[in-house]
Design a protein around this ligand. Structure first.
Ligand code: NAI
Ligand code: PYR
Ligand code: MG
Length: 474
């Protein structure tokens, strides 16, 4: 698998002239150019012509174009169209709104809509908490982005951010049964974002902030948490940190090291980096060194970013200065939440025994598993196509499900720690291996475990608002 191009699959619609060529010829030409045919469908057959859709895995778009040109230049073969399967799954967007009941007659109509809906409106007007019982609020989350830090692609804007937010909404529904709306805002102004999110909050049981770049994300989340009485959770901060901690708990168990003895180097001190650091400190890690594009964060310098000034005071106990090459010496763990290619094999060679490397940048990690393999003991990425996927998708469905079930007013530290331990404990000690430190996203029991643990933590920490046996339906 070429890490820069995760499995591009192209469908070539080919018109083959029966008297001139055969499908066997096509297969051999594709094989010669390194394409991998994975499916063939017959679309139309006539006496002279056969039209086939041939699905071919290619290593990148140029490779796909070379195959197309080569086929087109062959007598008897015409490439009618080439479509990218990934684009096809996004055609028209990935979501729709679907009603829970059908309106079959006037009687139904008058209940779901006017006149009888008015009684429901009045009930909520008289007791606003009934919005949880009588509207979508109780099971609905807004996935809000301004498109400024979309995956590791950077500030690509609200239109380009939509496919990711639609994807997050799909994951909410599929993994936790939560209805989520993708909402991409055409503003980067923190005050305006806060105002808009507050204004739309009545419809939602929770707000999942997504891919809002640092340092703006910190103030936006803090303000919204203060002003709203529903959970506001910046997924890139806390979802990432929860899953990172789960992976770290299991990886250190495997290599027989204690969290409190670790030296951890983390590159990319943005939304994910700051939150991962806070979570590790809360879990008992004491020696963490943060590396930015300007080098190691240390107490000899004042930074323009308040989060970095906080950072230098709470990390780097030996006040090391320099670059990643200086920080990485004798480190037990490398965590990357920055961008492609930051970590080199030479860096890993300088780490302590049994190096743990979590290269979590998406879509292209700080080092590929192939490059790291000879030197690393435990390797994880944020991607779905390698073992050990450390990705916030393991957290946000379950943590919101637990919070919504408890009707929690917030998602607090206790709930996040409970989620991390629930994810980690999904793998039994005897099941742990280098390639299995974190459960699969498709392990349905993880969401349930996380939701139960989070809900329990919400009750125990006093932020749950739902009475468990609620029978009042009107
Ligand atoms: N696996 C997962 O679940 C998650 C992965 N990520 C990945 O982490 C990365 C950062 O995401 P956010 O923190 O949300 O973005 P952000 O924009 O808030 O922060 C990124 C930080 O990394 C720094 N950075 C970029 N390249 C660097 C380099 N070569 N060396 C040092 N610092 C560098 C930037 O200056 C910035 O401070 C992205 O690639 C994203 O895809 C983020 C959230 C979840
Ligand atoms: C996984 C995720 O949220 C990110 O890479 O931004
Ligand atoms: Mg994200």
């Amino acid at each position: 698998m070429n890490v820069n191009n995760p499995g591009i699959s192209l469908i070539y619609r080919l018109e083959l002239a029966n008297s001139v060529t055969t499908f066997a010829k096509v297969a051999s030409l594709v094989g010669v150019t390194g394409g991998d045919i994975i499916a063939v469908d017959v679309i139309r057959v006539s006496q002279d012509i056969v039209v086939r859709d041939v699905t071919i895995n290619v290593s990148n778009r140029d490779h796909g174009k070379r195959i197309s040109d080569m086929l087109n230049s062959e007598p008897g073969i015409r490439v009618v169209a080439v479509s990218d399967r990934t684009f096809l799954v996004h055609l028209g967007g990935k979501l729709e709104v679907s009603p829970k009941i059908q309106i079959k007659n006037r009687d139904d109509l008058s209940r779901v809509y006017t006149p009888h809906v008015a009684r429901i409106c009045e009930a909520i007007r008289d007791d606003v908490s009934k919005a949880y019982q009588l509207t979508i609020k109780r099971n609905t989350v807004a996935v809000v982005s301004d498109g400024t830090a979309v995956l590791g692609l950077g500030d690509i804007g609200p239109y380009a951010a939509m496919p990711v937010m639609e994807g997050k909404a799909m994951l909410f529904k599929q993994f936790a049964g939560i209805d989520a709306f993708p909402i991409c805002l055409d503003t980067k102004d923190p005050d305006e974002i806060v105002r808009i999110v507050k204004s739309i909050a009545p419809a939602f049981g929770g707000i999942n902030l997504e891919d809002i770049g640092s340092p703006r994300c910190f103030a936006i989340e803090e303000q919204l948490r203060k002003e709203l009485d529903i959970p506001v959770f910046h997924d890139d901060q806390h979802g990432t940190a929860v899953v990172l901690l789960a992976g770290l708990i299991n990886a250190t168990k495997l290599v027989k090291k204690d969290l409190s003895d670790l030296k951890v180097v983390i590159v990319g001190i943005g939304a994910a980096g700051v939150a991962c650091t806070k979570m590790m400190l809360a879990a008992g890690v004491t020696n963490i060194i943060g590396v930015t594009l300007e080098g190691i964060l240390h107490r000899g310098k004042d930074y323009d970013i308040p989060a970095w000034n906080w950072y230098k005071e709470h990390t780097n106990p030996a006040n090391v200065q320099g670059t990643l090459a200086d920080a990485i010496v004798d480190a037990d763990v490398f965590i990357g939440v920055s961008g492609p290619g930051v970590l080199k094999p030479e860096h890993i060679q300088k780490m302590a025994r049994d190096p743990i490397v979590f290269a979590m940048a998406n879509p292209t990690p700080e080092i590929t598993p192939e490059e790291a393999a000879p030197y690393v003991r435990v390797m994880a990425t944020g991607r779905s196509d390698y073992p050990n996927q450390i990705n916030n998708v393991l957290c946000f469905p379950g943590i919101f499900k637990g919070a919504l079930n408890a009707r929690a007013s917030t998602i607090n530290e206790e709930m996040k720690l409970a989620a991390a331990h629930a994810i980690a404990s999904s793998i039994k000690d005897e099941e742990l291996t280098e390639d299995y430190i974190i459960p699969s996203v498709f392990n349905q029991s993880v969401v349930e475990k996380v939701a139960d643990a989070v809900s329990k933590a919400a009750y125990e920490s006093g932020v749950a608002r739902r009475e468990i046996h609620h029978t009042d339906n009107y």
